[in-house]
Design a protein around this ligand. Structure first.
Ligand code: SF4
Length: 440
């Protein structure tokens, strides 16, 4: 069977669709990169904003237009919250609930639902870039026990639960075995990692175990909420294999707004974390999420937020215009912000983000970065990511896919990349010592 995979939204969705891809591949099915070529389309949907829901519906419709004969299966947060709406979309045969996602392939193929994360077949089939990306997204945790008043994720994904350290370490060893250079550990609330396990542990212990017990070259965290962070956590960055990139969602730079969001952080505690992280990891790329137009956000509150965000000097921001999610507390708040104010505030916050990115890039001009190359957007040109999250482009006729190279950073480009010159290309990667020569 030819299978097309689609995903929207967070890194966790990315890691889940990769696992689904591996499960199809290990059973001998073919993954295709266009819906037109598929017998089956699987979408991991998103509901984080009204826009994400709209995009989820749009993607299903596009899949059906491009492959009218293909069956469409939808999982993820949007279909979890609105299964009837999804089942009414053209071509959709089935909705798989979030909690059954790890057995999605077994369910579709009518197999017994065995334990998830079966690693032996992974070692045989999943190679860097074959499913989606060069970096492996590894899910270590799901769900959340917090109740931020804007967030529908806790409703869609349920209570927090973690995978045991041994299981994660074994998965990363298998990924290294087939040539992965970098893994990104992801979860809904990474800071709560381990507290639900029989032998309780924490995120720091998980990262220490990965660094100690595997030869993974680069380990990256996806998103880390600014609380529940174990003591001494930022000392982990003394190991250069931990990528100098920290994505810590702030959501608002105003204590009053943070309180109404029910965030378990305030400006002073967030700043203390940033100071500690920057002291332990010089050159760290600090990125964040910001919601503008949260109910009750006055002009003065927004100005305060803007000033705080500017002061913290983020390297990049994901800016969201608040949209009420039915089923959340904030959807019922009376003081909703006018749409035109949200648009204006979003524009201002985006401008700060862009200025921060330019400053961060400018600070690296003339430096040398280790870049993991991922894709070739056109013949003779390659793009990749540095450990501290710089997107770097070079001109090179040779195959660089999944290779790490030292690059001298020369120039900022309009497309948001830093253009550089190759200094040296590292060891070939891959379990056999042979570099994967697959063209992107
Ligand atoms: S911490 Fe808050 S925003 Fe993050 S998933 Fe949990 S409830 Fe949602």
């Amino acid at each position: 069977m030819r299978v097309f995979l689609g995903t929207l939204g967070c890194r966790l969705n990315e890691s889940e669709i990769e696992s689904i891809g591996r499960a199809f591949k290990m059973r001998g099915h073919l993954l295709v990169d266009r819906a037109e070529a598929a017998d089956l389309c699987v979408l991991n949907s998103c509901a984080v904003t009204a826009e994400a829901e709209r995009k989820s519906r749009q993607l299903v419709k596009r899949m059906h237009r491009q492959a009218p004969a293909a069956e469409i299966v939808v999982t993820g947060c949007y279909s979890e919250l609105h299964p009837d709406k999804v089942l009414a979309l053209p071509g959709v045969r089935r909705v798989v609930e979030n909690r059954a996602k790890e057995q999605l392939v077994q369910r579709l193929l009518g197999e017994p639902e065995d334990a998830s994360f079966d690693l032996e077949p992974l070692a045989r089939y999943a190679r860097p870039g074959e499913i989606r990306r060069t970096r492996a997204f590894v899910k270590v945790q799901d769900g959340c026990d917090n109740q931020c008043t804007f967030c529908i994720t806790t409703v869609a994904r349920g209570a927090g639960r973690s995978r045991p350290i041994r299981q994660v370490v074994n998965e990363i060893k298998a990924l290294v075995g087939v040539g992965y250079v970098e893994a990104v550990i992801s979860g809904v609330h990474l800071g709560s990692y381990g507290r639900d396990l029989e032998a309780a542990c924490d995120l720091k212990q998980l990262i220490e175990a990965i660094l100690e017990q595997t030869s993974l070259r680069r380990l990256r965290l996806s998103s880390l909420e600014p609380w529940d962070i174990p003591a001494g956590f930022f000392q982990l960055w003394r190991d250069p294999r931990l990528c100098g990139h920290l994505h810590m969602p702030l959501q608002a730079g105003c204590d009053d707004t943070l309180r109404r969001m029910a965030r378990r952080t305030r400006k002073s505690s967030y700043r203390a974390l940033v100071d500690e992280a920057r002291a332990c990891a010089p050159g760290l790329s600090l990125t964040s999420d910001i919601i503008v137009g949260f109910p009750g956000e006055t002009e003065a509150a927004f100005e305060e937020s803007l000033a705080y965000v500017e002061e913290l000097d983020f390297a990049h921001l994901h800016v969201f215009r608040y949209s009420p999610r039915p089923g959340t507390l904030a959807a019922g708040f009376s003081d909703q912000v006018e749409a035109r104010d949200k648009v204006r505030r979003s524009r201002l916050m985006h401008a700060l983000s862009e200025a921060g990115r330019r400053r961060f890039h400018a600070a690296h001009l003339g430096a040398v970065a280790e870049v993991l190359f991922e894709q070739s957007p056109r013949e003779g040109s390659w793009q990749g990511l540095s450990a501290n999250n710089l997107r770097v482009a070079v001109d090179c006729g040779a195959e660089l896919h999944n290779r790490v190279a030292r690059v001298g950073l020369r120039e900022q480009c309009e497309d948001g990349t830093l253009r550089g010159e190759l200094c040296s290309v590292g060891e070939e990667t891959g379990s056999s010592g042979l570099f994967e020569t697959k063209k992107r």
